[in-house]
Design a protein around this ligand. Structure first.
Ligand code: SAH
Length: 266
């Protein structure tokens, strides 16, 4: 199956375009004419478990640990309008940004699976709704550490509220193995470095040096890189500290940028 655009660069306009295409698709079935690839029809899905099973049946999720984490963390608790929570599409979360589509979250969890074992440390740059940070936290467990960094303070506050409603993730937040901080994620989060896994949820013009520095030997960074044309890059640091980089697929994410530029819609 083709994996194409995973992440709409959503403005209010493109969201309403998405939604109008969505509504139109009920009649015409033409949703796929939009440049987002979907793995199932919006009509067929309204439950988190069914969403995960769809991702498994399409081969996006192959790891049991990833499936368990995505089943445990209900995506419906993290999106502004739960009626669209299980549709395979990015959704606006305000501030000119989106929560990624479920298949994009699943793909990144898969790419990082070996670096998300119990007790490991993970950094989520551009944590937005907190959904993926919560999945990471569930995977690394109470002995591990999952840190989200997000530069919009309002999103940090709402992500903490979202996590508090999740039976799977809220105990980890209370206990301190899961935390979300306000900051410029291009600097990483030095306090808990080095990390076994680093995920970046916004596209960087080039890979920030600080993120490579904060990767543990044996660690992996997954980051969309580019401007108009972007690749999801996988950066591995081997046990000698040597770094190798490969491109996984073409993607479309919102930019990793300054707070001011983002709020201006640049
Ligand atoms: N992965 C999240 C959000 C993805 S959108 C989710 O799926 O819910 C990308 C996020 O990156 C947005 O929340 C945006 O505010 C944030 N972001 C962009 N540039 C940033 C930067 N320099 N530092 C921290 N966060 C940033």
């Amino acid at each position: 199956f083709p994996l194409l655009c995973a992440f709409c660069k959503t403005t209010e306009d493109s969201l309403s375009l998405s939604l109008s295409l969505y509504l139109k698709s009920q009649v015409t079935g033409s949703f796929l004419s939009h440049n987002m690839k979907q793995f199932w029809s919006p009509n067929s899905i309204n439950k988190n478990k069914a969403m995960v099973e769809n991702l498994q049946s399409h081969g996006v999720i192959t790891s049991d640990d990833v499936a368990k984490a995505m089943e445990a963390v209900d995506r419906g608790l993290f999106v502004p309008d739960p009626s669209y929570a299980y549709v395979d599409s990015p959704l606006s979360i305000g501030y000119n940004v989106t929560i990624s589509a479920p298949h994009m979250h699943a793909m990144c969890l898969q790419l990082l699976d070996k670096n998300l074992k119990p007790g490991m440390r993970v950094l989520d740059v551009g944590s937005g709704t907190g959904y993926l940070t919560a999945c990471f936290a569930v995977m690394v467990g109470s002995e591990g550490r999952a840190i989200g960094v997000e530069h919009i303070p309002e999103l940090v506050a709402s992500s903490v509220k979202n996590i508090e409603t999740s039976a799977a993730a809220s105990p980890l937040l209370k206990q301190g193995s899961l935390a979300i901080h306000v900051g410029d994620g291009r600097q990483g989060w030095a306090e808990f470095a080095p990390y076994d896994a680093i995920h970046v949820g916004a596209a960087a013009p080039e890979i920030p040096e600080a993120l490579i520095d904060q990767l543990k030997p044996g660690g992996r960074l997954v980051i969309p890189v580019g401007n108009l044309f972007q690749d999801l890059q996988v950066v591995d640091k081997n046990s000698d500290g040597l770094v190798s980089i490969r491109s996984e697929t073409s993607v479309r994410y919102v930019p990793l940028t300054s707070r001011e530029a983002q709020l201006r819609g640049e």
